[in-house]
Design a protein around this ligand. Structure first.
Ligand code: G6Q
Length: 539
């Protein structure tokens, strides 16, 4: 992080720190309008933050000092900004809806391949939805089971739930990720082999969890239907970058939907990894989602920093992480359809910016990626909001809501949105001791019923939850996270911690199953392995 520019942020914060959000509002009747932005169907009201013009100016200075706009251009034009893996980072190419667009990686335009895979996915999704593609016994596909984990699971799970109102209800979607056989077993109890399509989603096609689940699903299907290879051909497709492994597994490359090493797992929803979603909502709606992404992409690439929604969100996050010491932030969607959105963002943010080394390989001198967490409102209000309102931690929060509902029953939606607005109001303005007394609270309870307020929130509003607004929302957070990575001077697109997990478990597995293992771990791990073996009679 540029220290000179950061010093200016610290100075601006020091000068304004004692002014509360309440005082900021009292001093400026236009505050809400001043700190509201619109882009790609979304409105961001960030007025309920601990900011004034000087703090924002210093924050924009920080972005400029990091050459943010040049870095954005590098990403969009295919430069190898994921240097530790020597890869371009081009999830934006996946949703570039300009038919004339060209994006080059190593001198090759990637757009023709992007369009070809999308077309292949569309034809296949249509065939499954219409019944043209049938199972081995001639029955229609009624169940789609996506087998994948991490980036090959969380996006499709989140979006399939979010866009359920657009789904073909006669096709049920399932997602199996955990290597715990319970996940697969409980799913298989709910489907019929003759009517099930398995989608094996894995960028590498070597991930232990996914391959184990895929092999067990294949064994189950063959046992249920017979027919071996010919049954597998009708009931299994693969989403991957690794054709050799797909073929080795027994899936015909004709049934493989490709993507490329420049698509990071956690950014892969708009790639072939979205096939389960496309089957659920149809290619047209999938296309609309890509359009939403694209709109936010164009906004991020072209809007000046001061009007740039992802940049503003990123800077506010940095303000609280680095100037106020906030360790986490909450994402609180007031929409049941977005119930998996916080979990999806958790991976996107924490895997991208959970880094402690700068791009020069030196330890960072400041905190980086925050802990991201959340649950849908209003449920969270009845559990953890207490700590946000009155606890000792500062937890900035993003409230996400929609003016219209897909389920207009009675006054549910007005109540839902009233809660959203009321929470941000209460968090910002609190309740004074005088107000408590005026409400008749006994004096001894006043300290407990007083709310300090001054809790920062952003409110993100769209008219309704559609494929387009969902795509734009995902892109908004992707670009926020990118911006933070640029300012923190860290590599946001590798994930060595995930790779480590993949290797470690393999070593332990050998010791769990070997006839006579030579346990060479620490004494705790050795004892745990020995205990496990003893219980299973393998001692
Ligand atoms: C995402 C991560 C990670 C990855 C999974 C699954 O950015 O790299 O979550 O998506 O480990 O990997 P495969 O798709 O290769 O099975």
């Amino acid at each position: 992080m540029n220290q000179e520019a950061w010093k200016k942020v610290e100075d601006a914060v020091a000068a304004s720190k004692t002014t509360t959000i309440k005082q900021l509002f009292a001093a400026d009747p236009d505050r809400a309008a001043k700190y509201t932005l619109s882009a790609a169907g979304w409105t961001l009201d960030y007025s309920k933050n601990r900011i004034d013009a000087n703090v924002m100016k210093a924050l924009f200075g920080l972005a400029k000092a990091a050459n943010l706009q040049e870095e954005i251009e590098k990403m969009f034009t295919g430069a190898k900004i994921n240097r530790t893996e020597n890869r371009a980072v081009l999830h934006t190419a996946l949703r570039n809806c300009d038919p004339a667009a060209q994006v080059f990686v190593d001198g090759k335009d990637v757009m023709p391949d992007v369009r070809a895979v999308l077309a292949k996915m569309g034809a296949f999704a249509d065939a499954v939805r219409s019944g043209a593609h049938r199972g081995f016994t001639g029955k229609r596909i009624k169940y789609v089971v996506n087998i994948g984990i991490g980036g090959s699971d969380l996006g499709p799970v989140m979006a399939t739930l979010a866009l359920a109102p657009y789904s073909k209800r006669s096709i049920k979607s399932f997602f199996v990720s955990n290597v715990d056989a319970t996940h697969l077993a409980e799913t298989l109890r709910q489907v019929k082999a003759a009517e099930t399509l398995f989608i094996v989603a894995s960028k590498t096609f070597t991930t232990q969890e996914t391959m184990t689940n895929a092999e067990s699903a294949r064994d189950w299907l063959v046992k249920e239907l017979g027919g071996s290879g010919s049954a597998v051909a009708k009931h299994f497709v693969a989403l991957s970058t690794n054709e050799a492994e797909v073929v080795k597994f027994g899936i015909d490359p004709a049934n493989m939907f490709a993507f490329w090493d420049w698509v990071g797992g956690r950014y892969s929803l708009p790639s072939a990894i979205g096939l389960s979603l496309m089957i659920s909502i149809g290619p047209k709606n999938f296309g609309k989602m890509l359009k939403g992404y694209w709109k936010m992409d164009k906004h991020f690439r072209t809007a000046r920093l001061e009007k740039n929604m992802p940049v503003v969100l990123a800077l506010l996050g940095i303000l609280y992480s680095n100037a106020y010491g906030a360790e986490s932030y909450a994402v609180l969607p007031y929409d049941q359809y977005l119930s998996r959105f916080p979990a999806y963002l958790q991976q996107m943010d924490m895997e991208s910016n959970g880094k402690a080394v700068t791009k020069d390989g030196k330890p960072v001198a400041y905190s980086t990626g925050p802990i991201e967490w959340g649950e849908p409102g209003t449920n969270g209000q009845h559990s953890f909001y207490q700590l946000i309102h009155q606890g000792t931690h500062l937890i900035p929060a993003d409230f996400i809501g929609f003016c219209k509902t897909h389920n207009p029953i009675g006054d549910h939606h007005d109540k839902l949105m009233a809660n959203l607005f009321a929470q941000t109001e209460a968090l910002a303005f609190g309740k004074t001791a005088e107000q408590c007394r005026a409400d008749g609270d006994p004096e001894e309870l006043v300290p407990f019923k007083t709310f300090e307020g001054n809790r920062p929130t952003n409110t993100l509003l769209a008219d309704d939850l559609t494929p387009e607004t969902l795509g734009a929302l995902v892109a908004l957070y992707e670009h926020k996270i990118f911006t933070q990575g640029v300012i923190w001077n860290i590599y946001s697109f590798d994930q060595w911690g995930v790779q480590l997990g993949k290797v470690l478990a393999k070593n332990v597995l050998k010791d769990l199953v070997a006839e006579k293992p030579e346990l060479k771990h620490d004494s705790s791990t050795n004892a745990l392995i020995a205990h496990y073996r003893k219980v299973l009679g393998r001692a």
